[in-house]
Design a protein around this ligand. Structure first.
Ligand code: SF4
Length: 313
């Protein structure tokens, strides 16, 4: 699998008056073609802001995003518009991401209309094809979003995201607002669409079970930085970073061999307005040392593509 997307030293800071909120503070990773990279972390870790900065929904403060070898952040005009077609997003709350007074068909057709793709008849045919692709009854083309269940609304959101035939999809907590019984159906749909259409995903979630199910590799974020990144099985079975270990210990396991002692972290995630010095995890880390307070650990490959940012590893 070759690389589709590369993110280097990406930062997104929000400045208000004299205060600077470092929501994303220098993240680096790549996503291979056809891969699903999971991005996990507590709420407030910067996952969604990172995704929005990659897509330039929030213009990044610093860093580089390369898509198919081209510098995405330097693009403008028609080149940017064309590149944006390739990169789409599925949102967490399907209902609020749809236009409520437009029918399902009108919501799905919108990107085709905006990008002036096809004739009206071709667009309508494409909407029917997309509805079938995501498992929606085409007879519901004139139905309004509030008349659908949450799972069906998310299927509309996915159909709309696929309308421009993108190569890369950011899935921002796409199942966390849905009933547990529906979550598996949407995950399976996203998985089969990935295989069928050769899509590449950045999949954001706080639920580790969901990420383990769908991702080829997983990155763990804390206070705007990546703490650990590895193949999914490697990360879940040979967890190296103390923060990831605490997250993993909270995942219920049926397999007795895989059960871990629960690690309880003290305190809340600190404010990105005033992040701790050195390793940002040091105030909560159960094995922190004096040097952790002074020096920020660098994310480095400790072997076989397993990346960790910790002085002790
Ligand atoms: Fe804990 Fe220090 Fe490693 Fe940070 S660098 S995770 S504080 S041991």
């Amino acid at each position: 699998m070759g690389e589709l997307l590369r993110v280097e030293g990406l930062k997104k800071h929000f400045t208000k008056g004299r205060q600077t909120l470092k929501a994303v503070d220098g993240i680096t990773f790549d996503i291979r073609r056809g891969e699903c990279l999971g991005l996990v972390g507590e709420s407030g870790s910067g996952k969604s802001t990172a995704a929005r900065a990659i897509l330039r929904l929030h213009e990044p403060t610093a860093g580089k995003v390369t898509f198919e070898g081209k510098d995405f952040l330097k693009m403008d005009g028609p080149q940017l518009r064309e590149m944006r077609r390739q990169m789409q997003i599925v949102f967490q709350d399907p209902f609020s991401s749809l236009v409520p007074h437009w029918s399902a068909g009108a919501n799905i057709i919108e990107p085709l209309r905006v990008h002036k793709i096809g004739t009206q008849q071709e667009r309508e045919e494409e909407v029917l094809r997309l509805m079938e692709l995501v498992g929606l009854n085409t007879k519901a083309i004139g139905t309004f979003p509030h008349e659908f269940s949450g799972g069906q609304q998310q299927r509309i959101g996915i159909a709309r995201a696929l309308a421009l035939k993108p190569k890369f999809l950011v899935c921002d907590e796409p199942v966390s607002a849905l009933d547990v019984s529906i979550q598996a159906q949407i995950l399976n749909l996203l998985q089969s669409l990935q295989e069928e259409l050769g899509l590449t995903y950045l999949f954001i979630a706080h639920n580790l079970g969901v990420v383990e199910h769908i991702s080829h590799r997983v990155a763990v974020m804390y206070l705007g930085q990546i703490m650990e990144l590895a193949e999914t099985e490697e990360l879940f079975h040979h967890t190296l970073h103390p923060y990831s270990q605490a997250l993993m210990s909270a995942v219920p396991r049926i397999d007795v061999d895989q059960k871990r002692e629960r690690i309880h972290l003290s305190g809340e995630i600190p404010s990105p307005l005033n992040p701790p010095s050195g390793c940002s995890f040091h105030p909560r880390c159960p094995v922190a040392r004096p040097e952790c307070k002074a020096e920020r650990p660098v994310l480095r490959d400790v072997g076989s593509g397993h990346w960790v940012a910790c002085h002790l590893v």
